[in-house]
Design a protein around this ligand. Structure first.
Ligand code: FES
Length: 111
């Protein structure tokens, strides 16, 4: 695994998401999302169309895309609400000190 710094802990309030400077190996941006003290990292692009999920609403362990309302489970990447039918890649994330680290090279799901 190869963790890189995505942002600081204080950069993301609980219930919010942030577009990070990190990209997947295929060049797609990665977002981090926070639910209380739980952190998630996801490809920052809805699987329905190229809309950043970091601009969506975080509710519990789900994010809702603002354009058409698709929802994704951040623990699995699977859609839980239409119109999206395909999952989005999710990535390992951990907090070390004040830093949020993401491994963009090792997706946690098979997408
Ligand atoms: S672009 Fe995200 S639901 Fe349509």
């Amino acid at each position: 695994m190869s963790f890189e710094r995505a942002c600081g802990v204080d950069d993301v309030k609980p219930g919010e998401a942030l577009a990070t400077p990190l990209d997947t190996p295929s060049g797609v941006p990665v977002a981090v999302l926070r639910d209380g003290d739980d952190w998630y990292a996801v490809q920052d692009e809805c699987s329905h169309a190229a809309i950043p999920l970091s601009e969506g609403d975080v509710e519990g362990c789900e994010v809702e895309c603002w354009l058409h309302g698709s929802r994704f489970d951040l623990r699995t990447g699977k859609p839980t609400g239409l119109p999206a039918t395909e999952p989005v890649p999710i990535f390992p994330v951990k907090v070390e000190g004040d830093d949020v680290l993401v491994d963009v090279t090792t997706p946690l799901n098979d997408v």
